[in-house]
Structures are given as C-alpha cells and as structure tokens.
Design a protein around this ligand. Structure first.
Ligand code: ADP
Ligand code: ZN
Length: 635
C-alpha cells in the first residue's frame, strides 16, 4: 500500500529539464489523466445503468398492467353481461336486437336485446362492416336503433398513451444511449459571438515563436480568398506536440479567437468511448458540422487516441480504431477551397501517430510546445495574477525561478491554491508565504499534522531523509538543499527539497549517475544506521531504476551496450533485432549501475557519519530544517 504510514517519498522540488525526469513526469501525467478519464467514464456508465434499470422497471410494470387488463377482458367475454360476436350476429339476424350503442372509433358496442333492460357489451371486428350490416338488417324490416356517440376524449388519449407507452419508453431509452455515445450533438462548439470572454494571443504567455507561426493561420482564416487568389497552399492540419498543460488547447482557442471563427473541439478519446463502431460516424459528423460553420477551427485533443499506428485489425477494437482513423484521413482529404477549415490537433506522443496522418496535405506541420523557460514562467504567472490580489512582498520573478520544469497549467494551479490558502486564512491579499505553501501543497501534498508518527517511525524518516541530504551535499552535480522535513505531506512521510538551478536542456552522464547515488542515499542510511530497511524507499527505487534503464537503453550511456537507442515503448519488437543475449546484457548493466550507486551512497555516509547523526537528531527535534540551518552543520 502506498499510503502506508511508513511510506516516504522523495520529491524533487525542482522539476528541471532533465530528460529522464521529464519522462517520469510525463508518465505521471498520463496516469493521472487516465485515472480521471476512467473515473468520469465510470460515473457515466453508472448513470446510464441506473437509467436503464429505471426505464426497464417501468416497462415491465406497464406490460404487467396491460396483461392483467387483457386477461380480465378475456375472462369477461364469457361473462353474464357479455355477448359474443357470433351470438350478436345471430341475434341481429333473428331480429332480437332492439338497440345498439356504438362509440366512434371503438370496437366495443352496447347491445340491448328485445325484452331485456340491461345492455350487453360485445366486441366487433370492424366498425364499418358492422354498421353496414346493421343498416342492411334495419332496411329489411328488423328495425334496430343504432346510436353513435362521440368518444370521451380523455379516455381516448389515456388509451392511446397507454398503448404507446412501451414505444415511448423504447424511444427515450434509445435516445439516451445515442446521447451517451455522442452520436447526437457531441463536439463542443464555441460560437465566435456568444463567447464574450474570447481567448486571444494576449492570454497566451511566452510561446512567442509559436504565436508567430500561428499568425499566418489567423490571417488565412480572416481572408482566405486573398491566399487562394495568389495560389498559396495553406496547411490543413497543424499538430501541436507537448506535455499536458503546456497550453496547446489555449493557443488553439486563441487562434479561433483572433480570427473570430468558431472553435469546434473534441477529444480523441471521445471517438472511442463506450461503444464500438461509432468512431467513424462521429468523425463524419464533426466535419459536417465544421463545414456548415466554415471558416472554422477543428481542435482534436489527444489525437493519439484515434491516430495511433494502424494495426492488422485482428481484434474488433483494432478494427474500429482503423476505421475511425481512415474516416479522419478521408475527411481531411475531402475539404478544400470551398471550406475554410483548419484542423489543429494535440498530442504528447507524436511518435505514436500513424505515418499517413503526417503526410503532406494532412498534419504536415508540427509545432512542439515545450516547457516554459524562466521568462515564460514569469509571463504566465503575470497573466494568471491579473485577476488576483497579491501582497507587495510577492515576487513573481522569484517564483518563476523556483519552478523550473513546471507547465503553464501547474503555474496557474499554484496561484489558485495560494488564493485559496489566503482566503482560508482570512488575509487581505495573497502573500509570498501563501505561494510557498501552495508550491509545497502542489509538489509534495498537503501537510498532515493529524498523522501522528511513532517515535520509531520518526527516527526512521529522519535517517532516511538525512541520508538523501548528506549524500547530495557531497555530490558535485547535485543541487543545493532547500528544505528537509519529516512532516508527512500527501503520501510522503517526509521530503528533501532541492533548490532550483537555471533551466537546463541537457543532462550529462555524470549528473545522472550522481542522481542515482542521491536517490539511493535514503535506503543506504536506513541500512547503515538502523540495520534494517523499510518500504519508505520504494519510490526512490522506482525513480532510480527508471533513470538507470533509460541511461542504458535510450541514451546509450553504457560502455558495454554501446551507443544504441532501444526504445521498447516505441517499438516492442526492437529487441528481436539483438536477441536474448542483449536482453540479458541490458539487465546486467542496469543492475550494475544501481549496485554501484548504492555502494557509493553508503561510502559517502560512512565517511560523514557524524553529520548524518547530527542532522537526523536535528530533524527529530525540529521536524523541518531550512537551507541555512542545514549549511550550518558543515561550518
Ligand atoms: P494542453 O492543451 O497543452 O494540455 P491547456 O491549453 O489546456 O494545456 O492549458 C491549461 C491551462 O494552463 C490553460 O487554460 C491556461 O490557463 C494555462 N496555461 C498553459 N500554458 C499557458 C501559457 N503559455 N500562458 C498562459 N496560460 C497558460
Ligand atoms: Zn527517499
């Protein structure tokens, strides 16, 4: 269990640009996203299920009522005051009938026989033929009084409604299913006018080059004719690549806003939701809608959900996916000069997309949206601070410096969390401390003061965190300590935070090796001092193993394996190229990296064991130790 009290997680505060780290983040995101999606879908499914159950029960009750009524009718045919049709005809022919009362539109008649007071009810097969028969008999001399009465409208309506009820229910049920599948009115459409808080390029911070590229598209959407007259070909599809939260949707919406055209958006996963076989028709509907509104922008988020490489179509799901993708290709080739439509799509995994999607005339333009740099982050913070009350001590530039590796969405989230904290604390404005707390809340989780740690756990956590801190302190490439804490936050039992360095685009082998050592410092300290190891290091081990694996397989950093890139995620069959011996060699190499790092971590701790004890004792006493207090230990 992750939530085990003893569990401790190292959180790297400075999510820097290290490639390995980025990858880890990416997966974290993917996971969260999936979870959210799954949850929503589950909720939807539950709702539908309940509706179906409710409707089915109504339906069954109705059937039962109808059956009972019918049964009663059947019984009554033999009853005293009933007359069968054969008998009725016989009585008419025999001249025994005095009066017949009919209701228009009904096959039930009231028959009064001669010499009887009480009328009998009978059922006739057809009104018209019966009336003719009666009139014929009357002319023949058997005078029969024929009374036709108007029906009681209320009864008729009730009768109709009753017999239509099952049909209505079926229609409602079907409609619901369709709604859920999005055959109906899916694809959110934002009309240019009704959206008064229109997104423009002013709402997009940083991303200056990207915006520059997009201006061309805006101009085209505004004056398509000029471009066509000149014979210019405008891109039909632009692929925006980047992590979630980097502003892909935002920039797409801003293009629509700047050009003042409708923004029709849909997520790739919506095409494949719930029921199979509908993806293709949904794609068609989406484009039909756009054509009607042209000029327009279609935005498909998570296009990899439909656009991943086509498979052999061996399973039904594969087949469905292939059809959806084919339809998308057909539609993209279909619209031309009469429809000014630009397709924007977002993905985090352009390498997963089918090659056919990337051909000229389709998504032939790719724009990569990276994580914002220092200036970008400051600009994003400024945009989201516009509608917030900030105290004078807030320094957005400093926050930008502390948040390397954060996406625009995360920065927005931090300011929002800070505003919530300030409100709860009944402050006049958002202070620097609120933002600091928000940062910790977002990166490590909420402080859990209620969680009372046993003395034993406290000692374990203290030595674990102290292990990380001391080891990092003596590694050249590792960042400075910002804070060490044994106060539980989120699922972490304690944490070691690092200061941010400047944005980095590359990371060296030495740096990665030392990162492994720092990560294993916690476990090494537990073993060295407490002679026992705990589950608290599970996350460290996971992160470290991932880094070691990437070093060997993706970055070609292992001397024994050589400069090879083996990305099994990208191509699961790549391993067949090298055979089993390579597989074993990779395993050995990853293990060697880890063992080595662990040994080095232990060596550093043995060498500085006094400092380790001092720091752990200080942690047990104070629970949180600042950068200054930490450095004092080494003076
Ligand atoms: P993506 O589509 O890449 O997952 P979004 O466009 O949905 O990301 O971004 C989510 C939110 O994050 C946006 O609505 C916006 O508030 C904020 N954001 C992201 N990038 C920026 C940016 N460059 N400037 C301003 N806000 C941004
Ligand atoms: Zn740890």
């Amino acid at each position: 269990m992750k939530n085990n009290k003893k569990d401790r997680q190292e959180v790297e505060f400075n999510k820097n640009k290290k490639r390995n780290r980025k990858k880890y983040n990416k997966e974290e995101y993917k996971d969260n996203d999936n979870k959210n999606n799954r949850k929503n879908k589950d909720d939807n499914k539950k709702l539908v299920l309940w509706l179906i159950i409710a409707l089915l029960s109504i339906f069954i009750v109705t059937c039962l009522i109808i059956a009972t009524v019918k049964e009663n009718k059947d019984k009554n045919v033999i009853g005293e005051d009933e007359i069968s049709y054969t008998n009725l005809i016989k009585q008419i022919n025999d001249g025994n009938v005095e009066k017949i009362k009919m209701t228009v539109g009904s096959t039930t008649v009231e028959v009064t026989l001669k010499g009887e007071e009480e009328p009998k009810t009978g059922i006739i097969p057809s009104t018209q033929a019966f009336i003719e028969l009666v009139q014929e008999k009357s002319q023949e001399g058997n005078e029969i009084e024929l009374v036709q009465v108007k029906p009681n409208t209320f009864l008729i309506i009730a009768d109709r409604a009753f017999s239509l009820l099952p049909t209505i229910l079926m229609v409602v049920l079907f409609g619901l299913l369709i709604q859920m599948q999005g055959l109906g009115n899916k694809g959110k459409v934002y009309e240019p006018d009704e959206n008064d808080t229109k997104t423009t390029f002013d709402d997009v911070a940083g991303l200056d080059e990207e915006k520059q590229e997009m201006i061309e598209i805006v101009n085209f959407l505004k004056n398509p004719d000029e471009f066509y007259k000149m014979g210019a070909k405008i891109p039909k599809g632009v692929l925006l690549c980047g992590q979630p939260g980097t502003g892909k949707t935002l920039i797409a919406r801003a293009i629509a806003g700047e050009a003042n055209v409708p923004f029709i958006s849909m997520s790739g996963s919506e095409f494949t939701e719930m029921f199979a076989g509908l993806g293709a028709s949904r794609v068609r509907k989406l484009f039909d809608k756009a054509k009607k509104m042209s000029p327009a922008i279609i935005f498909i988020d998570e296009i990899d959900a439909i656009g991943s490489k086509r498979s052999d179509g061996s399973t039904a799901a594969d087949n469905d996916n292939n059809q959806t993708l084919n339809q998308l290709l057909v539609e993209m080739d279909g619209f031309d000069s009469e429809h000014t439509i630009i397709l924007l799509a977002a993905t985090n995994r352009p390498d997963m997309l089918d090659k056919a999607l990337l051909r000229p005339g389709r998504f032939d333009r790719q724009i990569t949206i990276g994580l914002p740099d220092m200036n970008g982050r400051e600009a994003i913070l400024k945009i989201h601070a516009r509608d917030k009350k900030l105290a004078d001590d807030v320094d957005l530039k400093a926050i930008a410096g502390d948040t390397a590796g954060f996406t625009g969405a995360e920065l927005e989230n931090i300011l929002n969390e800070a505003a919530i904290i300030a409100t709860i604390n009944k402050e006049k404005a958002i202070t620097n401390k609120d933002i600091d707390d928000a940062l910790k809340k977002v990166t490590v989780g909420v402080e859990k003061h209620s969680r009372i740690m046993s003395e034993k756990d406290k000692r374990l956590t203290a030595y674990h965190e102290a292990g990380h801190a001391i080891v990092s302190r003596f590694l050249q490439t590792q960042k400075d300590i910002k804070e060490v804490s044994i106060i539980p936050r989120g699922i972490a039992g304690g944490y070691t935070m690092y200061k941010t360095n400047e944005d980095k685009y590359y990371i060296s082998k030495t740096e990665m090796l030392e990162k492994l050592i720092a990560l294993l410092g916690g476990r090494a300290s537990e073993k060295l001092i407490l002679k026992d190891i705990s589950t608290g290091a599970s996350n460290d081990l996971e992160v470290a193993t991932d880094i070691a694996k990437n070093m060997v397989t993706i970055y070609g950093m292992s001397d024994n394996i050589g400069p090879l890139s083996i990305n099994l995620e990208k191509d699961p069959y790549q391993m067949q190229l090298f055979g089993e011996s390579m597989e074993n060699a990779i395993g050995k190499e990853v293990k060697a990296l880890m063992d080595n790092a662990y040994a080095q971590a232990q060596a550093i701790l043995v060498q500085h064991i006094d400092k380790l004890h001092e720091l752990a004792a200080l942690l047990i006493e104070k629970e949180v130790i600042s950068a200054e207090e930490f450095e004092k230990l080494f003076e």
